[in-house]
Write a protein that binds this ligand. Structure first.
Ligand code: XMP
Length: 319
């Protein structure tokens, strides 16, 4: 019988006991879990918390600015923003294989994060947004029970390289509880109830090799789709929705000429646990509007498709 306020009070005193007057580092991704940890730790230890936000160039439109706005500007949290787009894109150059891309993105993140961490004096603790399902999944992975564990889900991957003690205030909580904590801590509703976004970001939504040109197009298409879902009242009826960049050229007619341009796929699913999912039966009018806007507003896109595959066998992401 808990309330979000009680959990917050309890965790604040636990964190204070654990870290004393020492310094804590947190990798802030903009996702729900790390955001709630940031807000919670800021409340508990204020300036003893430093967050590192790595912009890997694979984030959604305006995401980096929103994170800085919310945490640095409004809440006064110490956040170091690292612009690492060029580094990530150069490491990804020439790589088309999905799991290899995931590894590159994960390893590059650790490198960048490590480098930033080394610049901060006197850090003894690393905070992480580990939640209860992560703990279970990682335990299952160690005993070989889980079949598909993706490379990003390594609870404790960072500390091994960094030799820092862990602060994990959400370790016993489920997602819905984490969200309630977030609201109680004053985080914006839209941030707390945003669809999940994979760690490798747009890196796995650009099929095959990742290029800046593709990422820029995809960011715009995705933003249009999400905006129209909100406008139509459909965003919160879907569990996850996004655009995918298909690196194939399809014909379109512009004036008198035939022009070969990129294809965008839209994906929207309804699911409880993300293990199985049904494609969302979005209204045709909504799809029509999104399609028209994407084709008219984005140079280089001539065709939009809607993904009508359920999971299984199709996964939610395309890679
Ligand atoms: P799939 O595509 O496996 O996705 O049906 C299930 C859920 O997991 C997310 N996902 C990832 N999350 N790193 C992440 O942090 C990844 O590499 C990754 N791959 C998939 C996906 O967005 C969906 O919510």
């Amino acid at each position: 019988n808990w309330t979000p306020a009680q959990i917050i009070e309890d965790q604040i005193s636990r964190v204070r006991d654990q870290v004393g007057d020492r310094h804590v580092l947190l990798g802030l991704s903009g996702g729900v879990d790390s955001s709630v940890v940031a807000a919670l730790l800021h409340k508990a230890i204020g300036d003893q918390l430093t967050c590192v936000f790595v912009d890997n160039g694979l984030l959604r439109k305006a995401e980096g600015d929103q994170v800085m706005e919310t945490f640095a500007k409004h809440m006064g949290v110490k956040v170091i923003r690292v612009d690492a787009e060029d580094l990530f894109l150069s490491k990804l150059k020439g790589e088309a294989e999905p799991e290899a891309k995931r590894k590159i993105i994960g390893n590059t993140f650790i490198d960048v994060f490590d480098t930033e961490a080394a610049k901060i004096e006197g850090v003894d603790f690393l905070a992480q947004g580990t939640i209860y399902p992560d703990v279970i999944e990682s335990a299952a992975a160690k005993t070989g029970k889980a079949h598909v564990i993706k490379s990003h889900h390594n609870v404790g991957g960072l500390p091994e390289t960094m030799k820092l003690k862990l602060v994990e205030p959400l370790r016993e909580l489920f997602k819905d509880e984490v969200r309630k904590l977030g609201v109680e801590l004053g985080l914006p509703y839209d941030m707390v109830y945003r669809h999940p976004f994979p760690g490798p970001g747009l890196g796995v939504r650009i099929l095959g090799e990742v290029k800046k040109e593709y990422a820029d197009i995809l960011r715009e298409a995705d933003a249009i789709f999400i905006e129209e879902l909100h406008n139509a009242g459909w965003y919160h009826k879907t569990s996850q929705a996004f655009a995918v960049f298909l690196p194939v050229k399809s014909v379109g007619v512009v004036g008198d000429g035939r022009r070969y341009e990129w294809v965008i796929a839209l994906r929207a699913v309804e699911t409880i646990d993300f293990m199985t999912a049904r494609w969302a039966h979005l209204p045709y009018e909504l799809l029509e509007k999104v399609s028209n806007r994407i084709i008219n507003e984005i140079t280089g896109v001539s065709r939009v498709t809607y993904d009508v595959s359920s999971k299984p066998p199709a996964t939610i992401e395309w890679e």
